[in-house]
Design a protein around this ligand. Structure first.
Ligand code: PMP
Length: 428
């Protein structure tokens, strides 16, 4: 292969795990090529260092009188401010720390006003498709261009009851194709029709700046573990009104301002109104601190440089595999559409799971195979119709439906040239 990374484009963001070696089935061992950033990115060295420096000092937040409790409270609340700055939030917006993107969207789902309609595209991750239990959900067909997405949304919103509330949930970058969605235009369409919009930035935030103000979205959600911070922490940021009006996501200490014995012999409670309302229990202080550290590191490195390098790596993969017969990349908006460092593909005549297993066993490369928690999209891309059966993939699923399957390679800050070059060589 002639695949080679443009070495003039670099980013100074080392990640953990650079020296991990794994055994090869063919004998010997090799450094592990982590090319599954879209599932979970390795932590930045800087995040690890910041957390290690803070770890001896951490204490319970919001309640302790001791010095370390107060220090931790300050760091936790500073982390909230850092995230608000990172997302360019409006005055009055709330940043709630959650466990993940999935958790954030489930929280928002509990805060929907009564009779709120929800609009999603079938192309979304399950975390965006499924939390809206109890609401009327309209699922729109996969569009074939960003423009078509906006038109489809406008049409769907125009048909709804103009006096009812509505929420649009849309991804900023697809976890399957990596393609960027026209968030600003979708937000404008939503607002023009009296709807609100939540941006699933799980795949976007690690790669591009996300400005709540500039995109004019009502809420943004993302996960720490895809943003080069550890597992177990996530963010829901945006408008305070629905969150203030909602029942607390979890009931318990921290969310409650005043608890009394009720006149009826039960227990009465007054809930907090700010972010604490939805953060009952002892929060994940280290997780929040780690997210804030990652936000700072990414901002300092500069998204322009990060994106330029990723584009160079995407080009290496595409050019390196362009003449390989049977390799088909998956996309909705066309092969040349702007995307983050996420590419999915199938190889004719190959079971994707076997192919991914061979990349691991023979080359020490970690990619993901499967349906990427986006079953309707995979059916659309591989089966021709979002509701139809597919051709590719593993044996019949238990349901009798033939399961669909693809391979996803994804990368970002800290990915060495060699990992991507090895991947191209291995596929060839
Ligand atoms: N949305 C998108 C676009 C994602 O890629 C993912 C993770 N694959 C999620 C939501 C869910 O994130 P988490 O598993 O961290 O809750």
């Amino acid at each position: 292969s002639t695949a080679a990374v443009d070495r003039s484009v670099r980013t100074p963001l080392p990640v953990l795990g650079r020296d991990v070696t794994v055994p090869l089935v063919t004998g010997g061992e090799v450094t592990y090529a982590a090319l599954d950033y879209a599932a979970s990115a390795p932590a930045l060295q800087r995040v690890w260092d910041d957390v290690a420096a803070y770890a001896p000092y951490y204490g319970s937040v919001h309640r302790g009188a001791g010095y370390l409790s107060q220090l931790s409270t300050d760091l936790f609340e500073n982390a909230r401010r850092t995230v608000a700055e990172f997302l360019d939030c409006r005055t009055g917006d709330q940043v709630v720390f959650t466990r993940s993107t999935t958790d954030s969207l489930n929280l928002l789902a509990t805060a929907l006003p009564e009779d709120c309609e929800v609009f999603v595209f079938e192309t979304e991750h399950h975390a965006s498709l499924l939390p809206w239990r109890g609401a009327r959900v309209t699922c729109l067909d996969a569009p074939d261009s960003p423009r078509a997405a906006v038109t489809a949304l406008e049409r769907a919103l125009a048909d709804r009851d103009p006096y009812g509330t509505a929420l649009v949930c849309v991804t900023g970058a697809s976890n399957v194709t990596g393609e960027l969605w026209p968030v600003r235009e979708l937000a404008a369409a939503a607002h023009a029709h009296g709807a609100r919009i939540v941006l699933d930035a799980a795949q976007l935030a690690p790669h591009h700046p996300v400005s709540v103000r500039d995109l004019d979205v009502d809420w943004v959600v993302f996960s720490g573990h895809k943003l080069y911070a550890p597992f177990g922490s996530g963010v829901l940021a945006g408008r305070a009104d629905w969150l203030r009006a909602a029942e607390p996501y979890l009931a318990g200490g921290g969310a409650s301002r005043k608890v009394t014995r009720g006149a009826d012999g039960g227990v009465d409670v007054e809930w907090h109104e700010g972010a604490a309302r939805h953060e009952a229990g002892s929060p994940n202080v280290i997780g929040a601190y780690a997210i804030a550290s990652a936000c700072k590191a990414l901002t300092e490195a500069g998204f322009e440089a990060l994106a330029a390098r990723e584009e160079a790596l995407v080009r290496v993969v595409r050019d390196g595999l362009a003449d390989v017969p049977g390799v088909r990349f998956l996309s909705l908006f066309g092969d040349e559409a702007p995307r983050v460092g996420v590419l999915s593909f199938v190889v004719e005549g190959w079971n994707s799971s076997h192919f991914a297993a061979a990349l691991s066993a023979e080359y020490g490369i970690g990619v993901r195979d499967g349906l990427f928690c986006a079953h309707p999209l995979l059916r659309r891309l591989l089966g021709g119709d979002g509701r139809a059966q597919g051709e590719c993939g593993a044996p019949e699923a238990a349901s009798g439906e033939k399961s669909l399957n693809a391979i996803r390679v994804s990368f970002g800050a800290g990915t060495p040239d060699e990992h991507v070059e090895r991947f191209v060589r291995a596929v060839r």
